[in-house]
Design a protein around this ligand. Structure first.
Ligand code: BTN
Length: 253
């Protein structure tokens, strides 16, 4: 890790009883000049996933948290940020007794091949200079049966992975500690230090994948992550490099 004096730290930490979306709320506010604003919610009335999907956010069941901070280096940097957040979460969970969590590019947390959580990075700014990012994390801790019915993909929660689920506060503290340190390092050094760390959790590497871009489908073998965070795929006619936001990926193997 890096020395505490280099850490940008927490500008504010707030827990809301209910909110539309922790990402939306932080996007409505200005980013702190220094450090990170952190917002957790007990429940979200309009939790959002990627591609406009709803994120099931029942009361006092799971973790819904967002972090807002500035990064140097311009807009192009934001692409790798969801990978950095994923690495931080994947590295924090073993200390809580959960091994075997994997990352499915660009933003899924998997356990047992099913979705344990997801990351939604939003924000913007100029092409050069500082950009503001809001990094949202939803992590299934103990999904109530009633809420589970509306989830349209295979999912899993911490409670079904082992006995003795830690409190949501304990999970949040461990994750935030890792995320804050990871974002400081990312701001200072970019994505490079995270590429070998990501590799350990890469659920797609070596797998047959189908990448959808617009209305085209590209079949190949995932070979890892490029320096800018793009997904690399060996296709029949050469290598494909796919950027977050323009594709979705399905395991076909
Ligand atoms: C995905 O897998 O599509 C990303 C899901 C991100 C969900 C989290 S919950 C906290 C934050 N607030 C939101 O509305 N979304 C993110």
């Amino acid at each position: 890790g890096i020395a505490p004096a280099q850490r940008a730290g927490i500008a504010s930490l707030e827990a809301a009883w209910q909110i539309d979306s922790t990402n939306s709320e932080l996007l409505r506010r200005a980013a702190p000049a220094q450090g990170a604003d952190i917002l957790l919610a007990e429940r979200q009335s309009g939790g959002r996933g990627r591609r406009g999907r709803a994120w099931s956010s029942p009361l006092a069941a799971n973790l819904y948290l967002s972090l807002s901070r500035q990064f140097g280096g311009g807009l192009a940097r934001l692409g790798g940020l969801s990978l950095v957040a994923g690495v931080a979460v994947a590295e924090a969970l073993p200390a809580l007794g959960y091994d075997g969590v994997r990352l499915k590019w660009p933003n899924d947390l998997l356990a047992d091949g099913r979705k344990l959580g997801g990351i939604l990075v939003e924000g913007g700014g100029e092409h050069a200079g500082p950009v503001r990012a809001v990094i949202g994390l939803g992590l299934n801790v103990r999904m109530p049966a009633a809420a589970a019915q509306s989830i349209d993909q295979p999912w899993i929660d911490l409670a079904s992975l082992r006995d003795g689920t830690p409190t949501r506060n304990a999970v949040a503290a461990a994750l935030l500690d890792r995320m804050l340190a990871a974002f400081d390092l990312f701001d200072a050094e970019g994505l490079a230090p995270f590429l070998p760390r990501y590799e350990k959790y890469d659920a797609l590497r070596g797998e047959a994948v189908s990448v959808l871009t617009g209305n085209a489908s590209h079949e190949g073998i995932a070979t890892g992550i490029a320096a800018d965070g793009a997904l690399r795929v060996r296709l029949a006619d050469g290598e494909g490099v796919f950027h977050s936001g323009e594709v979705s990926v399905r395991r076909v193997g």
